[in-house]
Design a binder for this molecule. Sequence first.
Ligand SMILES: [Zn+2]
Length: 479
Amino acid sequence: MAASRIVIENCAIATVDAHDTVYASGHVVVEDDRIVSVGAGPAPEAPRTATGPGERAGSGERNGSGGRDGAVRRIDGTGHLVTPGLVNTHHHFYQWITRGLATDHNLFDWLVALYPVWARLDEPMVRAAARGSLAMMVRGGVTTAVDHHYVYPRGAGDLTGAIVGAAAETGVRFTLARGSMDLGASDGGLPPDFAVESPDTALAGTEEAIDRYHDPAFDAMTQIAVAPCSPFSVSTELLKQGAELARRRGVRLHTHGSETAEEVRFCEERFGMGPTDYLQSVDWLGPDVWMAHCVHMNDEDIAAFARTGTGVAHCPSSNARLAAGIARVPDLLAAGVPVGLGVDGTASNESGELHTELRNALLVGRLGPHGEKALNARQALRLATYGGARVLGRAEQIGSVEEGKLADLVLWKMDTLAHASIADPVVALVFGAPAPVALSLVGGRPVVEDGRLTTVDEDAVARATRDEARRLARIAERN
Ligand SMILES: [Zn+2]
C-alpha cells in the first residue's frame, strides 16, 4: 500500500519547536501518520508525485491521485493557522452528565454534594458521558486526551472498557488514568463509604487495565496510568502500592495534589506535613508522575517538583470555579517544571473544551503576583501542546509540528469575523474567541473537518448524554 499524503500550504504555522518558530506562510506535509516536511513557502515536490504547480496555486482543496505514491490531498491553508494538536492532561469524563450542579461551592463542599450522585454511575452512563466529553474536546482541537476515572461503584459494569472504547471511536490519542478511592468517611476520608473500593480491588482493576490496554509504542493510541484520586480520598498504603505497581509495569502515575488550602490543612493534620512532602514520602515524585492543580505550593515544593521532574496539569477554569486559587505557573516554568493544561472534570468546568484553558491560563495568571508578565500567548500555546506532551511523557512523539513526529495537528480557520482583524494568528488564537477547526488530524487521520467530528455523530452523542444525565438524576433522587 502506497503512502497517503496530506499537503497543507499557504498557512501560518506555529510549530512550538524548541525555538518557537512561527512561519507567516508555510507548508506542512503529512505522510501516513508522520509529519515529513514543515517550513516556509510551498511544499517541496514529492518524488514521483504527479502534481504540477497549477494544482498548488488553486484556491480551496483538491483530492487527487498521486500515482504510484497513493492518494494526495492538497489543502490551500490561506487564512489559516496550523498548530500542534492540543493535549488535555486532566479530565474526569463521567462528570459530563453532572454538569451545572453545586455551582456555588468550594472543592470539599462540592465533592460532598456530588459523591452520592457519582456513586450511582453505571456503564451506559459512563459510556455516554465519555462520548460527550471526548466529542466536545476533539471538535475544539484536542488530539490527545486524558481521563482520570476514579469512581468504580460495585456492580457498575466494565467502566474501563466503556471509556477506552469511547476514546477509540472518537479517534483521539488517549491515556486512561485508572483512578481509585479507598479512604471512605469512616476512615477519615472525604468520600462516603459506598463510593470507595478496597485497595486490593483497586490495584487489581488497575493492573487489569494495563494488561488489556496499555501500549508503550511510539505511535500508541491508548496508554494507562496508575491514578489513585487524591491524598484525602486514598489511603497511604494504596498510594505506596500504586507507585510500586506503576514502576513494576513501566507506566505513569497521576493524582490530584495541592489543590486547595483545605487539602493542605487536611494533610498537615493527618500526616504532619503538606501534600508535596506527603506525596514525596510515599514515592510519588518523579519524572513518571504528573499531578493536577498544584495551586498551593511553596518554594520548596516547586523545587522538589523541578528536582524530580514531576509534571503539573494546570486547570485554571476549575480552580477559579471552585475558588481554589491561582497556580504559580510562572514560578513552576522558571524552575523548569513540566506544565500542561487540563480541562478538569466538567462538573467544575462546564465548558469542557481546552481553548478556555489556554485563555484562562493567560488571563487568570495575570491576576497573580507576576501581573502582565505571568504568561504570553506563545507560552500559553506551549502549555497546551508541547507542555502537555511532556507531562504525559510523549514529547518525542507529539506536541510540536516537526519532521518525524506523529501528525497530530490542527488547522484553525482565522479569517472569519472572530479573528480576521488580529494580525498575529497566535495572539488571535489565544486571546480571541474559540477558533473554528477546519481540520484536525490524529496520526494523519482526520477527526474534525469543517468544524464537525468525522468519527461520531455529535447530535446523537448530545441526545444520549441528556438522557443518561436525566436517568442518573432520577436514580440519585430516589436514594
Ligand atoms: Zn480533577
